[in-house]
Design a protein. Structure first.
Length: 430
């Protein structure tokens, strides 16, 4: 097959919205990247259509054709926000598959690729099409180390129990196993998820982080200017205020720093069910006046906060992605994270501080030590920040990932996938 030949590709992207982070941004960016190389049909939710069509007015994608699918109103009256989202998504897959069958009869796809949701324990019915199937990158195989459960709220403990149960039931779902065994290649966001994919029966797997930034955003983050003049040392955590993000660990570590350096500050950008609990912990630790809860900000404003801080503290316990780490690195900010999940694939010892996750007490102590070290050694902080910026430019550009995926499609169509595919274990950071 000619390496320049345009393929006919079907993308399944339940979450797909321009200008968004997290999974909607992942879906949208895969669409934009595949449009560079192939003729693309995209099946997505109807409620994504307004923002997609608005984006296409200023940035047309002439090789992309969107197909909007939703369940009838009488089948989704019970879905409110994130309530019931997993059941709805499962049922949506059925409607999407019916639409995909009809599209395949008309256009004869060369490859079908499931891109969102990024979750390995829920099937993609696109695997049932008589077309080479790419699954992922998918995540969700990450688990909280046992030594951290005591630090969770009751809500957090209940969530973890149900999350573990849902993953176990998912692995028993025959359609999940069909999805795994039908995949020409299954891409995992982390090493932990890759192990789960192999256990499900995937023939060929590779670790391929879904975290990436467009070149334009990498450049704009690199141009963020820091305020001139003396100011307090500031640690930043950015993300939904959820128990598994580890922000309580960050708060306790900051309290140790603040006891020695009372001018220091801790900024949290985001909102979520743990906010009231974190505010209570800040009061108990005596750091209430040094901790700033900014709430949920529009993405551009949230990213601007990176330039006003000195370090990103992201002690997440089971994060498949952790795109905020790449965003901070692109802005030249050193990152402190745990050697778990997605952040462990982004941050290295030369571009940040990565800590083992043995127990909550150990992490709090080592987070505090890392904060003190970076505060007292601005040369080290600057060196880590510059190395992180270079790493993002080299490994976490959407354009780089798009080129690799386009080559992978062609390999699959040529039936040249072997035990050593294009995306082998040596390319886990790409």
């Amino acid at each position: 097959m000619n390496s320049e030949m345009r393929l006919c590709v079907l993308l399944s992207a339940y979450a797909c919205e321009p200008g968004k982070g997290s999974e909607p941004g992942v879906g949208w960016n895969w669409v934009c990247q595949m449009a560079r190389f192939h003729e693309v049909w995209v099946i997505t939710r109807t409620n994504n259509g307004k923002s997609i069509e608005a984006a296409l007015l200023s940035n047309p994608l002439p090789t992309v054709h969107f197909v909007y699918i939703d369940l009838p109103l009488w089948m989704r009256f019970w879905k409110k926000g994130r309530r019931g989202i997993h059941l709805y998504y499962y049922l949506w897959q059925i409607a999407a598959y019916v639409a995909a069958r009809k599209l395949h009869e008309q256009f004869r796809f060369d490859v079908v690729h499931h891109v969102t949701f990024v979750k390995y324990s829920i099937p993609s019915l696109m695997a049932l099409l008589p077309v080479p199937f790419v699954w992922g990158p998918v995540g969700g195989g990450e688990t909280t180390p046992n030594g951290f459960w005591w630090s969770f709220s009751l809500r957090g403990k209940v969530f973890e129990i149900f999350r573990t149960l849902a993953a176990s039931l998912g692995k028993l779902d025959p359609f999940v196993r069909i999805t795994a065994r039908s995949a020409a290649i299954a891409l995992a966001t982390t090493r932990e998820t890759e192990a789960q994919l192999r256990a499900l029966g995937c023939k060929t797997t590779a670790v391929f982080s879904q975290v990436a930034l467009p070149t334009s955003e990498i450049e704009s983050l690199g141009r963020l200017s820091r305020p001139i003049g003396p100011r307090p040392f500031r640690a930043l955590s950015l993300g939904d205020l959820l128990h598994w993000k580890g922000f309580e660990l960050g708060m306790r570590a900051f309290a140790q720093l603040h006891s020695q350096f009372p001018d220091s500050q801790y900024w949290l950008v985001g909102n979520g069910p743990e906010k009231a609990r974190l505010q209570k912990i800040a009061r108990q630790l005596g750091v209430k006046d040094a901790v700033v809860f900014w709430g949920e900000l529009p993405r551009p404003q949230a990213l601007e906060k990176l330039a006003e801080c000195d370090v990103l503290m992201h002690p997440s316990l089971h994060d498949s992605g952790g795109c905020v780490c790449a965003e901070a690195m692109a802005a030249g900010l050193p990152v402190i994270c745990l050697d778990l999940g997605g952040p462990a694939l982004q941050v290295t010892e030369t571009s940040g501080v990565m800590l083992s996750a043995d127990s909550a007490g150990q992490v709090v102590r080592e987070l505090a030590d890392a904060l003190k070290r970076l505060m007292s050694d601005p040369v080290l902080s600057f060196r880590l920040g510059m190395a992180g910026r270079d790493r993002v430019r080299e490994h976490f550009r959407w354009e780089t990932k798009g080129t690799l995926m386009a080559k992978l499609y062609r390999e699959i169509c040529e039936s040249s996938i072997t035990r050593r595919p294009l995306l082998n274990r040596e390319s886990t950071t790409t």
